[in-house]
Design a protein around this ligand. Structure first.
Ligand code: SME
Length: 154
């Protein structure tokens, strides 16, 4: 999608979500709402969800899309790379990413964005997959960081 069109769509989603999250202060409700809006408004999103850290494991949280892996093998793949480096990672071609975990073989590009608690500690990661190569760029990274900052923090 053209970068200007993409940015316009994200900004409309952001303002919609800003209103929706006022109706609760529950992080899981917020995650589910953010995912439902993103997944249905961004047509190149194929799988949209959170993996959450629990006792040193990375377990699937709320998501939209095909059934995903329940737990991601420790320190392997894109989500763990995002967690360990505590940074947003854009992967243009998942087949070229060492250790990429294919929960669904139809995914071809991916972005991960870390999620933090009130103390700034990393608690999980937003993961979005696309069936197309090169779907994500700096516009997705910037807006997804802003959007997940709307999620209530514990
Ligand atoms: N591809 C991810 C695994 C999660 S699925 O894409 C839903 C990874 O390599 O960590």
């Amino acid at each position: 999608m053209d970068k200007n069109k993409k940015a316009g769509r994200y900004s409309r989603i952001y303002f919609q979500l800003e209103e929706l999250v006022k109706k609760s202060d529950n992080p899981i409700s917020h995650m589910a709402t953010v995912l439902a809006v993103l997944h249905h408004k961004m047509d190149y999103y194929f799988w949209t969800g959170f993996y959450l850290l629990q006792d040193g494991k990375l377990l699937v949280g709320p998501y939209q899309g095909p059934v995903a892996c329940q737990e991601l093998t420790l320190n392997k793949g894109v989500c763990w790379a995002g967690i360990n480096q505590n940074k947003t990672i854009v992967v243009n071609d998942v087949h070229l990413f060492p250790g990429h975990i294919a929960c669904d073989s139809r995914s071809n590009s991916e972005i991960v964005v870390p999620l933090h608690n009130k103390r700034g500690e990393i608690i999980g990661i937003l993961d979005v997959d696309s069936k197309d190569l090169n779907s994500f760029d700096d516009v997705d990274a910037e807006w997804l960081q802003k959007i997940i900052a709307l999620i209530a923090k514990k």
